[in-house]
Design a binder for this molecule. Sequence first.
Ligand code: ADP
Ligand code: MG
Length: 704
Amino acid sequence: MDAHRLLQQSPEYIKGVGTARATLLARELNLHTWEDVLHHFPFRYIDRRKFQNISEIHEQLGMVQLCGWLRDVVHSGTGRGQRLTAWLTDGTGEVALVWFQGIDRLFGLLKLGQEYVVFGRPVAFRNELSLPHPEITTRDRFVEQGAGQTLYPVYPGTEKLRKNRLESRFFSQITRFILDKTHGEVLDYLPSDIRKHHQLVDRQAALWGIHHPQSEREAQVARHRLKFDELFYLQFGLLHNKIKRQSGSRGHRFVHVGEMVNRFYSEQLPFKLTDAQKRVIREIRADMGTGGRQMNRLLQGDVGSGKTIVALMAMLLALDNGFQSCLMAPTEVLAVQHFQSLCELLHNMPVRLALLTGNVRTKERKVLLNDLQIGKIHILVGTHALIEPPVVFCQLGLAIIDEQHRFGVAQRAALWAKNVPPPHILVMTATPIPRTLAMTQYGDLDLSVIDELPAGRRPIMTRHVTDRQRLSVFNFLRKQIAMGRQIYIVYPMIEEGDDEQMKYLMDGYESVSRAFPIPDYQVSILHGRMRPDDKQMEMQRFVSGQTHIMVATTVIEVGVNVPNASVMLIENAERFGLSQLHQLRGRVGRGADQSYCLLMTANEPRGESIRRIEALCSTTDGFKIAEIDLQLRGPGDLSGTQQSGMLDLLLADLRTDETLIAETRQAVEHLLARYTDYSQPPLRGLLMGYQAQKSRHKNWGEIS
Ligand code: ADP
Ligand code: MG
């Protein structure tokens, strides 16, 4: 059998594996083939030339290697309560080695006074350290065996695997077997000039080196090569898809800059655009205008940087060229708000706007859908109700998704399918995303960045306060209200409808109402459990200035725009994520007044929550916050559920591998600019290499 076929076999038939263990490998680690096993990498190595002093070991060390003599061996208990305890001493201290299984065999083997090397994980039980089920070898045997192997690989595993003795030693053995059998024949699709340019060892050597390194250096070189592959093929997939999409679908050409754009720009625009806004509008126009291909663009900009107006200009350009547009928002509150502010911006202009959410009544909906289909509606704003099948456009030319992170890939694809050829797509983020994420998660999109806030904004002052300061905080709020300002007070609501959190919100509302009594003060409340009509009414009362305080859950997190609101008080701030806090803070500071964000905690918070609060107090720059968030939370958990674990990278880390990500992206860009034929090398092989990588990364099919 050739190596390729061998690698597709189940590990079941490898000596020492068998059906039961193969099933465990599949179930616990998703390893089904030899190739999968080869890509189950150790996450660190233990230097087997070094021994720890028994007096210095502790639980946090993980695996330790000791060398000493057995002082005593005791067999105790009966039946299932049996155990074997051996006391190991090395002159610095003493530790118990404990076995619960295989006792009879070991009892015969262990000899007092003999020198042993012991390898295991110290565990504390009732203040006593012991090593349960350690590996134990005589010193002589260790020297014999270990000749050459100085670094012992440690593999990730599960409790179940450990119980069944599928530990590091097991992986070390079967990877050796597989690499021996397939020697020299593991396919390496990476063109040699790229290998040379980036100083990469070949794949075969890398797989040996990561599983069985002779030195730290060899392990590093091996890991680097395999990490390069992971990122290279990720970029290959992204950029390959991007090119395929662009060549496969011609875009509508919006070459005509007509009455709507011009009139809006010269007569209706309520402010001067920032340079960044102008630049981004140019980028979008270049895509949709002369480019002749379908736009797929990600618009990044900090909260309050003015993405909405950019979206509107793009929609007017579509309209000037005879096309409809839609703008999709993640929540009803935000969709309604977008609709209202667009209506305001476009007053006096003959643009027909409509709003579609899940709450539009059947009769109105019928009329609306009909108008949409015959082209009487130019711009449709709405929630995900927009993508439902009965929504049929006459000629959809542009689809915009606001707050992209709240939507999945499926929703984008559904919008895509609303027209033939597909509409141009513009997705907008709520807050900036880290550079590494832009290159990976969103790596198949073109990127526009608004990196400038409108002039005259004063930085929001952010303070951490504790419950003890509540009286003075409330006095401060009263002063702000006396100056004509409005206030948000936000409570955490991780799950809309959690009873306990609901009670907490209602208690909060009551105490705010007591501290700010009618008739001097009016307080609004907004949460996800309210009827849509009531939500709308409460929001409206606040927007129009009838109420002074809005007590709310994070339903107001995204997009809500009330420029007169100058204070954001966040209760239990330690319970919010960093980007969520930044997003909430972005609800104030939208007008010309000095604005404040107060982060309230019950007492002094500890650990990671204090770092989030400090980060927020230290900067208002969303780009910086995005980077800090990435560092604190790790890539698995960024900006909510949609993105969590999206890329499931095995070796690369979005926090630390920015340079390599950029390098691989560039390498792939060069390659795809030079070669276009996928039936010929090098692209033919690279496509296969990509398929292989993709099979190990479940989520790659779903990126962006
Ligand atoms: P976001 O990027 O968070 O969606 P918005 O589009 O809601 O931001 O804009 C935030 C606020 O800034 C709005 O009140 C908007 O009218 C205002 N705004 C946008 N662009 C400018 C500008 N160039 N000059 C002044 N104000 C602006
Ligand atoms: Mg917005």
